[in-house]
Write a protein of this length. Structure first.
Length: 252
């Protein structure tokens, strides 16, 4: 066999080998179709295919971030708001992600928008503002129910921003102010109640001990005299012990 033909055969064989060699990274997989039929999954690393017979579709298994654009939502109590969210998901079954849905990324994005509107539309404004974590879990569960047959797992769903109309913001501010005033009134009423109970207890003690009541009266007169530079003249101290205690208090 001439040398030239040998070189051609070797070169052709080398090109065929190169054409059949494929490499996928650690985070990637390759779904192989042979004559249009599913032949399995390859990777990671180096693998061989049959040139002109096999076709491959590469799938990335890393977690993807999906920004759900602002959606106008009408709550159950007829409040309009604009809400956006972030969804993190990844492919767990590359074969189903390629075979079961035409474009799993676009399909996941569309279903995320739909689920965001559906779940938040079932709640009231106060619930949406107060229970974001619960709503995040509900949206995630609803998404997983749809995307699981596609080989997609939803990892995290987070409501990022809730934009309310200006008139609704003013109404919420008024409601918050009224709530603060209500709490202040309750605290003041509780203080008055506690003070009245203490005063009632003190009155009962003074009623049992007239000497203590008289001593308290002298102390009040002494404080008034100090503030206004008055001289207080007392008369009618009917208990010697009270007078002595009062004199001792003045000396201190």
């Amino acid at each position: 066999m001439p040398t030239f033909e040998i070189i051609i055969i070797v070169t052709a064989g080398f090109i065929a080998v190169l054409a059949s060699v494929r490499i996928t990274r650690q985070y990637g997989r390759a779904v192989v179709f042979r004559f249009g039929r599913l032949a399995g999954m390859k990777g990671p690393g180096l693998f061989l295919i049959i040139p002109l017979v096999d076709q491959i579709v590469r799938v990335d298994l890393r977690v993807r971030q999906l920004d759900v654009p602002k959606q106008t939502i009408i709550t159950r109590d007829n409040i309009s708001m604009d809400v956006d969210a972030i969804v993190y998901y990844h492919v767990v079954d590359p074969v189903r992600a390629v075979v079961e849905v035409e474009d799993y990324q676009a399909a996941t994005a569309l279903i995320a928008q739909t689920m965001l509107r559906d779940v938040l539309g079932q709640g009231e404004l106060d619930t949406i503002l107060a229970d974001r974590e619960v709503l995040n879990q509900k949206i995630q569960a609803a998404l997983e129910a749809v995307t699981a047959p596609w080989g997609i797992r939803v990892d995290i769903v987070t409501i990022r921003d809730i934009a309310l109309p200006e008139n609704m913001l003013r109404a919420i501010a008024r409601q918050a102010e009224a709530e603060r005033e209500r709490r202040a009134r309750i605290i003041l009423a509780d203080g008055e109640h506690q003070a009245s109970r203490r005063m009632s207890e003190a009155a009962a003690l003074y009623e049992k001990s007239p000497a203590a009541l008289k001593l308290r009266e002298f102390q009040n007169l002494s404080e008034i005299a100090k503030e206004r530079n008055l001289i207080v003249v007392t008369n009618g101290v009917d208990h010697p012990g009270t007078a002595m205690a009062y004199a001792k208090a003045l000396n201190q």
